[in-house]
Ligand binder design. Structure first.
Ligand code: IPE
Ligand code: IPE
Ligand code: MG
Length: 231
């Protein structure tokens, strides 16, 4: 099962506590561990975490810079644990605009875990569903220019395989925290048939109990993918 999470509400959580937005992001980063650890117990083998969107560059540079530093230190801190637990890290998003230091640690994390098959952790940083599709279309155009592909051969699978999630299953469930009910450019292509769960809890307070509530809700959904339910 593949679960995607739009980790929203760090800023609001911090303001409620009279703290800086960054304090909210730091607390949010700490909330991630418990969710990753819970996945194995509930049959979740792929987890996609939306950490920074292509639209988040509109924020103040101080917040952006601190977030980028947080991503670097997070990856450095947990890399050995990911390796020990046979977690494969995949980066979703564009490396364009990311700092050299962050790109380096992302490359190390993806390279050193690429042979793992036990659990897939996708980190969406500078990710936008539309940007991902644009990049996929460009790759397809290059393949056509080089004569590797014919336009008449393009089908849904061709596009899926050009996305950052290439060869992974689509998300079964997308969770968004902090009450907002929108995708905000998350997994636009892959979410065609995803189920949604909206939690009022802000991300820094999202924990195993909240995660189980979302998974329980998912269990009761009827997924017919366009067919007549029950047949
Ligand atoms: C989500 O929390 C984290 C990122 C988008 C990086 P927000 O920072 O969006 O928190 P709110 O929505 O302002 O509360
Ligand atoms: C979505 O949250 C992006 C991430 C959680 C990384 P935002 O807080 O940026 O989304 P909007 O602006 O409320 O749609
Ligand atoms: Mg937000």
């Amino acid at each position: 099962m593949h679960v995607g999470i739009i980790m929203d509400g760090n800023g609001r959580w911090a303001s409620r506590k009279g703290l800086s937005r960054m304090a909210g992001h730091r607390k949010g980063a700490l909330a991630v561990e418990e969710i990753i650890k819970s996945c194995a117990n509930f049959g979740v083998d792929t987890l996609t975490l939306y950490a920074f969107s292509t639209e988040n560059w509109k924020r103040e540079s101080l917040e952006i810079d601190s977030l980028m530093t947080l991503f670097e230190s997070y990856l450095k801190k947990y890399l050995n644990e990911f390796i020990r637990n046979e977690i494969r890290i995949t980066f979703l998003g564009s490396r364009e605009k990311l700092s050299q230091k962050l790109i380096e640690i992302i490359n190390i994390a993806t390279e050193s875990t690429r042979h793992h098959t036990k659990f897939f952790l996708n980190l969406a940083i500078n990710y936008g569903g539309r940007d991902e599709i644009v990049r996929a279309v460009k790759k397809i155009a290059v393949d056509i220019e080089k004569g590797f592909l014919k336009s008449s051969d393009i089908d849904e699978n061709t596009i899926s395989l050009m996305l950052d999630t290439a060869s992974q299953a689509d998300p079964d469930l997308i969770i968004r925290t902090a009450g907002e009910q929108r995708l905000s450019n998350f997994l636009s292509w892959q979410s065609a048939y995803s189920e949604f769960y909206f939690s009022k809890t802000e991300w820094p307070e999202f924990n195993k109990t909240e995660f189980v509530k979302a998974l329980d809700s998912y269990k009761n959904r009827v997924r017919s993918f366009g067919a007549v339910a029950g047949e």
